[in-house]
Design a protein around this ligand. Structure first.
Ligand code: ADP
Ligand code: MG
Length: 460
């Protein structure tokens, strides 16, 4: 059997494109290429380990069959994570990557070539699944969303670096990946690099071990957009911080965009070197909050729709109440419900949701408006009479507004009902109060912690 050319692989891809969904093709196949065909072993270059796993486990047979149709029947197919940069690869991959790259694809310049060999290096680590379009904007993430969009339009100009921080599963990775995808979509030649700080550390360790630190530095310093996720893991590792510091400076001076995330603000990462800390503070840092109830509902509904399922409002509300802070868990709960129903051919309903997810975790049924008002009054050392009474002192007005906010966020009462519970005649007061607290809770740490504390007591 003759040696297979990349053009044959392109033909194979053409056929595969017809037999899988558009999304699958773009995600799993588009950025693959033939690396070598030697000794009856076919080596396919893939952009990242996710694609590698997917091709190995899910699409291998399809690939084998399609190759066969094209008279290519290797004994073995290997999928190798491939990058032409000389950095991400292990030493044993050098040969395959640098020597066997087909001349035709290599001669293309990166910015002009269509689907070129180099193209996929430019979107390293970026997962097409995360886009601005499928990100639901609501309180807690709107500022971060706006900043990310603005960066996507004009990378390297404003907000550099952008530092997003906040708890687990609230959409940090999603947003920064969306920036990468948007930049690549607008300017296909852009070199966007996403990496977690753990990968950064690992690669630097490897680079030192294989004496390739120059490659390492060069690689990072030639990106247009560097996205480093979860930078808290760099803290405390001196050599890593040093390398990162230099990379940071080089990119920043060249007006290249840097985006960072962490679970806490730079000032709260105890072992972060001072000079890094102050660099991080040059740009803009944004505190991302867990999405509120309405946003969670919207997320659930959208995710269900993407599975072609429409959930009734009570199920959506149940899920959004069930999981309050972590969207990844929220998705998990939804997926659990959908899988359960699908396997049994049932329509998801509240009863199934409750029995599946409810045990021991559901909001206590006995929670009512009176308890919320009492708990809020107590927190601020006021009497219930003060809160529901006519006084307009600031010390009372703010707790009253918080109580209204809690009635809305915890019990989802209507505004007229909220107004009545607090002894107000006009329901626009309730609307105004809820909105005010919603806004302030994202800016004012005191209000935020008051709400968290009251909630904790209520559900304890
Ligand atoms: P983090 O990096 O903050 O831990 P992720 O970005 O990984 O969180 O988000 C966890 C999951 O929740 C992802 O699947 C993400 O797509 C989803 N998610 C988070 N926020 C939103 C949102 N506002 N709209 C849609 N999906 C979201
Ligand atoms: Mg993350």
């Amino acid at each position: 059997m003759g040696k297979m050319q990349d053009s044959v692989w392109q033909a194979v891809l053409g056929e595969i494109e017809l037999s899988v969904s558009r999304g699958s093709y773009v995600t799993w196949f588009k950025k693959t290429r033939l690396l070598k065909h030697k000794d009856n072993v076919l080596v396919i270059g893939v952009p990242n380990v996710f694609v590698k796993q997917q091709l190995e486990h899910k699409f291998n047979q399809l690939i084998v069959d399609t190759l066969k149709k094209n008279q290519v029947e290797p004994e073995r197919i290997e999928y190798k994570v491939h990058s032409g940069s000389g950095l991400h690869k292990r030493p044993e991959l050098d040969e395959a990557i640098t020597l066997e790259a087909p001349a035709a694809t290599r001669s293309n310049s990166p910015s002009t070539s269509r689907g070129s060999t180099l193209r996929h290096n430019y979107r390293q680590g970026i997962n097409e699944r995360y886009t601005f379009e499928n990100f639901i904007v609501g309180s807690g993430n709107e500022l971060a969303f706006a900043a990310c969009q603005s960066i996507a339009q004009n990378p390297g100009t404003k907000y550099n670096p952008l530092f997003l921080y906040g708890g687990v599963g609230i959409g940090k990775t999603h947003l920064i990946q969306a920036v990468g995808n948007a930049i690549i979509a607008q300017k296909p030649g852009s070199k966007v690099l996403y990496i977690t700080s753990e990968q950064f550390v690992q690669e630097l360790v490897d680079a030192i071990r294989f004496k390739k630190t120059a490659d390492f530095a060069g690689h990072y310093r030639t990106t247009d957009v560097l996205i480093v996720d979860d930078v808290q893991f760099i803290a405390g590792k001196e050599k890593m911080q040093e390398e990162f510091f230099h990379t940071f400076n080089a990119l920043h001076q060249a007006n290249k965009q840097i985006i960072l995330t962490s679970d806490k603000p730079p000032k709260d990462i105890p072992t972060l070197e001072d000079r890094l800390r102050s660099r991080f503070a040059w740009g803009m840092s944004i505190d991302m909050q867990s999405p509120d109830f309405e946003t969670r509902c919207a997320i659930i509904q959208t995710k269900a729709n993407s599975h072609n399922v429409t959930l009734s409002p009570d199920v959506v509300e149940y899920l959004s109440t069930h999981v309050q802070t972590n969207i990844r868990e929220l998705e998990g709960a939804l997926n659990q419900l959908l899988a359960f129903c699908e396997m049994r051919g049932l329509e998801p309903n509240l009863q199934i949701a409750t029995s599946l997810l409810g045990v021991g975790k559901a909001r206590p049924k006995h929670l009512n408006a009176k308890q919320i008002i009492e708990r809020t009054a107590k927190h601020f050392q006021l009497s219930v009479d003060d809160i529901v009474g006519p006084k307009r002192d600031k010390d009372i007005v703010v707790p009253r507004q918080i109580a209204m906010y809690m009635l809305r966020s915890e019990l989802h009462l209507s505004f007229p009902k909220i107004a009545r519970e607090l002894g107000r005649k006009d329901h626009t007061t309730a609307i105004h109060s809820v909105e005010k607290i919603q806004k302030e809770s994202s800016l004012d740490a005191d209000i935020r912690s008051a709400i968290a504390e009251i909630k904790e007591r209520l559900y304890a």
